[in-house]
Design a protein around this ligand. Structure first.
Ligand code: GDG
Length: 735
């Protein structure tokens, strides 16, 4: 679709909170609009294009209570509330979102709690968000999901609406790999985000961290230059979109605001934060104390005015922090106060915006020293409100904002000495330097404002993701070359969906020419042994490949034949084989038109791909019931249900049998194993080989996998075969 047309289609926004908050009062439930920057930025987009905002109204739902909300007649968009019970508010919101993800993503892992019940609530609530979103999406052109509360929702939404475009923006940092991996559910979170078309972060460093995690934890192909990820058959674009503020609105309000009562007597050093341990409030106070110790000339001339907005007061960490701050203020004020001056003025409350902008305008210095911060809007708002005498901005090196606000004075928030010295420098800075620095900061923030951010993200989300430009050989080399070098290679390949595309009838899935060439070239190498691991019967898979020097593990490995070792047939098989004809007949009788049964000796497969789509679910249920009734194990496959003898044998056990029979019990010292498969019967082999082999899962991104890497298509497997056939020949380590 042309970009211009796409920009006028409705849009769906999903965020933890709706643009207004519900409160219970004596007169019933009341709604108050939320005045946050994000709401101000996104509402006009919704009004213009139409669409829906999905979110939690901020109130725990009582049993049997239904909450109904409307954006108001003139809003021009719909509101779809997601109800949460009190337990869910505790576990999903206070628990997993704010006690696990918030500290971990701010690289404060020692504060993070990992509780499986919180995780389960998070998963359930994310699924509910996705289901409300898919029910409200209508003809929305894009679903834009916000923040760390909803990182699994994209995956559920993708399942419900496979064709929808999904954009995600993370408002907090994305941590480095060695911090992120501490999360017991790290892969699930990554997989959730990879269901998007675009994943946006504030700064390039967070996007890099995400790419590292996806590459190292999921084995996805990553193109760092274009910031793209190949995930099975899909491509995901990643990018940095530094958020801005409504600069002109802040500047205009600052021009209009009445003088702050605090202005005039002493010079003001201003801190404005939610009361949160990431914001570094105690550390900031210690830096200010050090200033007063080292530079007594500032005593009675400067005051640190700290606004701390109450936040997440139910979480114990925050209660503890409040106590710590109260004590620190008391101690420092007790130490330095005189009859007419107290060094720290601390307000634990929120103030109206007119008063906030006046403070920003009248403050001589803004002390923005979070210990870690996604971006930090306070720094930007301060700059926008500097409409009179230019002040100085001190910014923590580890706030996202410091990446672009280069003319601010950067500080390490953990160092009281550095904070003190930088404060001293700011307090003694000449007017012309202050003016130059502030003018540059203001110019940039005016240009890269909130509207610029919204438009930039929406434009990127509307662009089709191009496939990776990186040649596959390069990744094969990185993944395989160091692992294989100087070792014999045992290559295990599934057939259908791996070497050949899936077709309606298995008999039509003949080996493509490219696969034949690759297989022949691999087999021709004296340092490579080939094995086929297939659900097909032995004669069938042998005929499809047509080589005698290959090992065949047929019927999911129940029957194995290969060069150099005794043929294998599981000892319990004859018993089940005797029952097979009867089972096949029962399955055939249950089959609706188009469905059919493939008998393969020891196993049997009920195929329903060609039956009417509306019969699929019922036919599969019935087949499972019959299979179980005969004492066989029913396993779902692609548009099919397989009947297998329930003897605890699978492709993983079969691979192990081949390796032990061929190379002895110390096989792992003698060969390097590569396994390629495309469906969930291959997962048994992927799991067994975890840490022992390089494994590839081919195809659909939505299927979870234990494989170490993914490939998009059958053609990529052909390239892998070519690479393996042409890899450098080394003198073997041990033969
Ligand atoms: C998250 C990320 C990222 C504060 N006190 C009062 C008040 N505020 C307003 C400020 C500002 C907002 O609160 C705080 O925004 P920050 O960006 O500083 O921090 P978080 O709340 O942690 O936000 C952050 C942001 O998302 C956006 O992506 O920058 O890194 O952590 O707008 O003005 N507003 C009023 N009275 C107060 O007393 N009216």
């Amino acid at each position: 679709m042309p970009d211009a047309e796409a920009q006028t289609r409705p849009i769906l926004i999903a965020s933890n909170r709706l643009p207004f908050t519900a409160h219970r009062s004596a007169g019933g439930i009341e709604f108050k609009p939320s005045a946050g920057g994000l709401v101000t930025a996104l509402e006009p987009v919704l009004r213009k294009r139409g669409g829906t905002w999905v979110g939690w109204p901020g109130l725990a739902q009582k049993k049997g209570e239904t909450l109904h909300f409307e954006a108001g007649d003139d809003a021009g968009y719909e509101v779809a509330p997601v109800g949460l019970s009190e337990t869910e508010v505790n576990r999903y919101y206070h628990g997993f979102s704010n006690r696990t993800l918030w500290p971990l993503f701010h690289s404060m892992h020692e504060r993070a709690a990992f509780d499986r019940r919180d995780w389960e609530a998070y998963r359930a609530v994310n699924e509910r968000f996705a289901s409300v979103a898919s029910g409200s999406a209508g003809d929305a052109d894009l679903v834009w999901i916000h923040d760390y509360h909803l990182m699994l929702a994209p995956a559920s939404l993708r399942q419900a609406l496979p064709g929808v475009r999904i954009g995600f923006f993370l408002h907090i940092p994305f941590p480095p790999f060695d911090v992120f991996r501490l999360l017991p559910w790290d892969r699930e979170i990554l997989r959730g985000l990879l269901a998007c078309d675009l994943v946006g972060f504030h700064v390039a460093g967070y996007a890099q961290n995400f790419l590292d995690c996806v590459e190292r934890r999921l084995g996805a192909r990553v193109d760092r230059r274009t910031q793209r990820i190949e995930w099975g058959d899909r491509t995901i674009q990643v990018g940095a979109f530094p958020i801005g503020i409504d600069f002109d609105a802040f500047a205009n309000k600052a021009r209009a605001a009445a003088p702050s009562p605090e202005a005039g007597r002493e010079r003001i050093v201003l801190g404005v934060d939610r009361l949160d341990y990431t914001k570094g409030i105690p550390e900031r106070f210690l830096g200010f104390e050090r200033l007063l110790e080292r530079h007594p000339e500032h005593r009675e001339r400067v005051v640190l005015l700290q606004l701390a907005v109450p936040s997440r007061a139910q979480v114990s960490e925050y209660k503890e922090l409040k106590r710590e701050i109260d004590e620190l203020v008391g101690r420092i004020n007790g130490r330095f106060a005189t009859a007419s001056w107290s060094p720290i003025r601390y307000l634990y409350r929120s103030v109206p915006q007119e008063r906030l902008v006046a403070l920003y305008r009248d403050a001589d210095i803004a002390l923005v020293t979070p210990l870690r911060d996604g971006m930090n809007l306070v720094a930007k708002e301060y700059v926008a409100c500097q409409v009179d005498e230019p002040g100085v901005l001190l910014i923590s090196e580890v706030a996202g904002a410091s990446e672009t606000m280069r003319e601010a004075l950067a500080v390490n928030p953990y160092s009281p000495d550095e904070t003190a010295e930088t404060l001293h420098r700011a307090l003694t800075m000449e007017e012309d330097e202050r003016a130059s620095r502030m003018a540059s900061l203001r110019r940039r923030e005016r240009r890269y404002n909130l509207e610029h951010w919204v438009n930039g993200f929406l434009e990127a989300a509307g662009r089709e993701s191009q496939a990776l430009a990186l040649p596959l050989e390069q990744d094969f080399e990185t993944w395989l070359e160091p692992f294989l070098a100087r070792y014999r290679v045992a290559l295990f390949l599934d057939y259908d969906g791996t070497l050949t595309p899936i077709v309606d009838h298995p008999a039509d899935a003949t080996l493509p020419e490219a696969a034949r060439r690759g297989l022949d070239a691999c087999a021709a190498r004296s340092d490579t042994d080939l094995s086929m691991v297939s659900g097909r019967g032995l004669a069938d898979i042998r005929a499809m490949i047509g080589r005698d020097d290959v090992t065949y593990a047929a019927n999911h490995g129940l029957e194995i034949e290969g060069p150099g070792f005794e043929p294998f047939l599981h000892e319990d098989l004859p018993h089940y084989q005797a029952r097979m004809p009867e089972l096949t007949q029962a399955l055939s009788e249950s089959a609706p038109e188009g469905a059919w049964v493939e008998e393969k000796g020891h196993t049997s497969t009920f195929h329903f791909r060609q039956a009417n789509a509306e019969d699929h679910a019922r036919a599969a249920d019935e087949a499972r019931r019959i299979i179980n009734g005969f004492g066989f194990q029913a396993r779902d496959a692609k548009m099919a249900v397989e009947a297998r003898p329930p003897i605890g044998w699978d492709k993983g056990r079969a691979v192990l049998h081949v390796l032990r029979s061929r190379y002895g019990p110390s096989w792992s010292e003698r060969v390097r194993v590569v396994y390629v498969g495309d469906d969930h019967t291959d997962e048994d082999a992927f799991r067994l080989l975890e840490g022992l082999a390089i494994t590839f899962r081919v195809g659909r991104a939505e299927e979870p996998t234990a494989a170490s890497h993914r490939l998009g298509h059958v053609e990529d497997v052909h390239e892998l075969l070519d690479w393996l056939a042409q890899r450098p020949t080394h003198e073997l380590h041990e033969s």
